[in-house]
Every structure is written in structure tokens, then in C-alpha cells.
Design a protein around this ligand. Sequence first.
Ligand code: 0RA
Length: 735
Amino acid sequence: MAGEEANAGNYNAENIQVLEGMEAVRKRPAMYIGDTGERGYHHLVYEVVDNSIDEALAGYCSMIDVVINSDGSLTVQDNGRGIPVDMHPTQHRPAIEVVLTILHAGGKFDGSNYKVSGGLHGVGVSCVNALSDWMKVEVKRGGKIHHIEFSRGHVTKPLEVVGECGDETGTKVTFFPDHTIFTCRAFKWETLCARLRELAFLNRGVTIHFRDDEGDAHHEETFHYEGGIDQFVEYLNANKKPLSPVIHFEGEKEGSTGMVQAEVSFQYTESYTTLEQTYCNNIHTIEGGTHLSGFRRALTATINKYGTENKLIKEKDKVAGEDMREGLTVIVSVKVPQPQFEGQTKTKLGNGEVDGIVAGIVSDKLMTFFEENPAVAKVVIEKTLLACRAREAARAARESTRRKGVMDGLSLPGKLRDCSERDPSKTELFLVEGDSAGGSAQTGRDRATQAILALRGKVLNVEKARVDRVLANQEIRSLITAIGCGFADEWDISKARYHKIVIMTDADVDGAHIRTLLLTFFYRKMPELIEKGYVYLAQPPLYKVERKKKTEYVLTDGDLTSKLLTLGLDDFDVHDKDGQTMPKDKARDFLTLLAEIEATCKMVEERGFDAAVLANDTAQQGSGASMLRKEFSSLSGYGYTPDDWFGGTLSKLLDDVRAHGKQGLSISRFKGLGEMNADELFDTTMNPEKRHMLRVRMEDAVAADRMFTLLMGDEVEPRRKFIEDNALNVRNLDF
Ligand code: 0RA
């Protein structure tokens, strides 16, 4: 290894410590960063950014610049104090080397301020170094620019001064993850954006600038929120109708391990859902914990007290905490010196004293707020009472059906065609729209392990209904009973009757709508099914392609094009602008690009734009325009211009090759699942040996919540805009 060579000849106790630490991380990367897939890969970035955030929290840094570089590496630059570069008193090496090569040495040496952030694993930037093929660090400090390089955690270029910087200070870390360790290959813009935006909300005033220089996309965003978590709440509620202003409280109190700081920000909306996002030291505590329980306890007690004293809540109203949280969006953010994380995913705050600290801050201030804003208090309590009555009605309805034996799994819904296997880890439930597809699925299925539930008509939009209406809906009752876990208070994941619940809908607008309604239901009412990875989307083929006696099924339009082009190019030569024959591989790439250009032109023209104008005018905005320009810039790599496309030369070439590929083929497009016969449906979509299914994952709760309120909520205009903005991503749908 390069690092070992650089240090060869002067091994001592410290070198061995470094060697062992870095090797330990490389041997068991998952133990240090969670996993070596997409999550771990992005986690590297968070570890580095957290150090800069710490500088900001300590009051020394106002700006953080993150760039995905064109070579796939990533740079984080800040204007903090800069990592110390002087000799370390006991390690006899520059301090920066110690910080970057010794595990857990990332914290400040002087102990003056505890390390506040630190990602989920809080392992420090030395782990990132150990897991990077290379890392380059530049520090501006004491008037000089210092530079040092590493490979896989070992120094390859010792610290040296490379220039002067006046009174500027800061740290710039660039690293390239080691692809022999990670299975992920690239940083995702959306993933990093979500976390950087969240960090900017949580650390009011910090400016985080983010740019993507990889590929042709060139995204760029700046996150800066003077309003901090108040603006976070506004962001989350962007598509909901507010019932109250955003209310903000903060305070701090000495705890057993040092000063605990807490801030909460919340707002009531007309929605029927609750969104509670909690953080400790900038870490999203997905499983909640003592900060959340403290907030809830104070909210319940204060609303009860105010409501009773002002005769808005009567003795007979049996309001529960959950009633008071209907339509509530809240952010709780605490800073705790020595946080304890518990729970299955170690994202539940355990420090007991935080409950009382948060509750104390909220109760005092909320009572004063209600007294000063009686109109808001009244609206909140009215909503609470409505939620309470709906919950009571739902419970009464549930009890009466239970007496009739409908909800207890003893009597399954009549429409369910169950399987014979009883071990849920081996069984699958297919949710199908309509009777004709249901019929094919029933006949084609493997009766031992596959159950079918045919849903008639549209599933209720649970985003717009209170719990009593949800439970009154027949399709939803069938779903609840078939799945077997119960509902709300009685929910029990261990009773799931299937560990695969597969949404199987047509690839058209209606199918997409039903799929969204079902996903909304699962996300809002049975989120644990999604968290556990039990929910899947079936991927039925769009086309049937027959050649001679052979039948093939094709999943997407893109796959069909690619198939036709491959067949078409078999005995068809393509020439470049100079008349030279293109090699087959290149010809294929070229024609694939032409097919993309064709699809994009069609898309923008359907939306009423002139593709030729969009392609040439760089002032034109919108995803269609930039995508087209990107495609034409790739085209210039083959020596062709947009005019060659719009003039017809290239589109004719594409048509010719495709027509050639089509010779002897018979292609039919499936309009819906019902058009497939039972065997076809099983072979292409249900057979575990051959099918393609997508597992639904809860990647980002913030993004998911916003999307569901956007797609299913009341506000029409933002929904229209969302669908228009994303129209390019839904080429497979029959719009
Ligand atoms: C150790 C000590 C000090 C700062 C840092 C590390 C530090 C690390 C990183 C990583 C990225 N940006 C960073 N900025 C600072 C304290 C320095 C002092 O006391 O002057």
C-alpha cells in the first residue's frame, strides 16, 4: 500500500495505532458506517459535513460548500478555523494527521465544546479517510495554505505549505470512496440535497451551497434559512392549509452531562395527518424518544388544562393525545452533550431528563400563547374534538364488526382468494384492480403461496378522510382483514399474514392512480409495512414480441427500442458524418441517443412547445428544455447538429433501423393486465423465478410526506405543477 511505503523505515507505536485503526475500519466497514451500499456511501459525506457544521455551531463557520466533482469525487469546503496543523504534543506528527488517521480523534482536543453533530454513527472523518481510495485536504490557517494527501487512510503526501492566504481560514476535504469496499458508484443529488437542506434548517443562519459537476445535469442549490426550524415547518406544510401560525419555543437547562438546548416549532393545518420530526444533535431520531415524549406530554396537558378551564373541553369528552395532534406538523430539535441512542435502529433518544426539560419549556410557553391567542386555541380545540369523535365512532364501528367476527381474521373477506400456506414469510398477497385482471391472477397464481384480493373501483383517498370514514370503506376493510395486522391501536405487525404485499395495477393513468391511493393508505395507516419492506410493486410487461415461434415480453418502451435497435443493426451499417462505418457498439449508442431525442421532442411537443426552439434557446427553462439541450450536446460528440435531427436526416435513419428490426416481428401492446391470459400473467408478472418487482422503500420521510400531501391533498395548483414538472419521468404511463 502506498501509505506504508511513505512511512516505511520509521515505524513506532503511533504508526501501529494508525495502521490498526484504519485496517479495522476497512475490515468491518459496516460496523463503522452502517453498510457499504448507497446509505454508507452517502454517509461518508455526512461525516465530513458534520465537522463543518460543528465549526458553525461553535460560532466559527458561516459557509459550507459541497461539490460532486466531475470525476465522481466529492469536496466539502468550509470557512471555519481550519484543522490544526501544528505538531501534536504526544503523537509527534502534525495534528491534522492525527485527526484524519486516528479513530475518534475528530473531537476537539481542548474539550471546550463537545462534539454536537456527528452522523448516526458519529465515527469521524478518519473513517471516511480509511474508506477512501484517496483523500486530499487543504487547510487555510495562520496565513498559510497547507496540503496533505492520503490513500485508504495512510499518508501518501506529507503535510506541506503550498501558498499564502492572508487572514482567511478554513478546511477543504476532497475524497473518492474506495470502490473495492462500496457497492454504490455515485453520489445522488436528491439524497444529498435532502440532508443538506435539513442541516440548513436545523442550524439557522448557516449557508450550505451544493453543486453537481458530474454528468451534464449541473444542478446547483443554496440552502440558507434565517428562520431555522420555523421555515422547516413552513416547508413541510407548503401544500397544506394552515389553521394556526408557526409557533416557536426554545430554551436551555443544565442537565446531568452539561447544558441541554431544546427548540420546537409547530403549526396546525386542516390535514388529518400528523407529522412529527425530531432531532438530537442534528441526527434524525426516527424512532422518537424522550424529546418527543416531553413535547407530546406538554401539548396534551396544556390543551387539556386550557380547554377545561375555558369550558371548551367537557368532562364527557374523552380526548386523547392523538386527537390533539391531528393536523399537527412539529419539529423538535435538541442538543444533548452525551446522547444515548436506543431502539432497533439506534435512532431513539434515551436520555431520560430530556423529557422533563422539553416538557417544561413547552408547557409554560404554550399556556401563555393560548392566553394571548384565544382564537387559535379555539380552532385547535375544535379540531381536537372532531378528531376525538371520529376516533370514538371508528372504535364503536370496529367493536360491532368484531362482535360479528369480521376484523379478527376468523372470517376473511369474501373477495380474498387465499393461499394454502400459513407461514407468512412464504406467502404473497396480490392486490389487483378490477374483476377481469383478478380472474386471470386467480387462475394463473401458485395457489400454495399466492393470494389474490381484487379491488373494485377506486380505493378511498385516506389523505382526505378521517379515521371513521376510512374504516367505513369496504375495500379498505377487506385490505385490513386480509393483511391481518389490525388497525390503529390494535396494530400488530407480527400478525401479518403475508410478508409480500404486491400492488399489481395496469400501466395506465387509472392504474397509476389506484397505485398511488394504495401507497398513500400504506404510508399513512400502515407505515410499518413499508419500513419492514413488505410492500412491492409488480412490473407487468408493456409489450409482447413474437418472432417465428418465439414469444418474448418487454417491460418498458426503452427496452423495446433497445431490442429493435439491436435487431435492426444486425445487418445494417451506420455511417458517421465523414461517411465512415461506425463500429456496432458506437452505432448502438448513437441510435439509442436518437431514440431518446425523439422521445423528448415528442414529450415537449405534446406539452405545446416547439422542440427546435427549446433546443437552441438556452434561455428556455424547464426540465424538457434542459434535457433536450443535454441530448443535443451529446449528439455533437458524433459530429451532428440539431439541424441534422430537425431536418429529418437522423430521424429517417432511426426509423429505417427500427423498421429493419421490426421485420418478421409481431408486436402487441398490453392495454391492461386483463388482456393477458392467466398463464401469461403468471409467467411475466407473478412467477417468482422470472418476474421483476420493485420493493417500496421509505427512503426519505420528509420527501414522502410532501409528495403524498401534494398528490392527494386539497391544493390543486401545486399538484398540477408537480405532475407537469414530472411528466418527463412517466413515459411509461399512457398520458
Ligand atoms: C480539530 C480541532 C479544531 C477544528 C477541527 C478539528 C476542524 C475539523 C474540520 C473538518 C472539516 N472542517 C473542519 N474544521 C475544523 C479546533 C481548531 C482550533 O482550536 O483552532
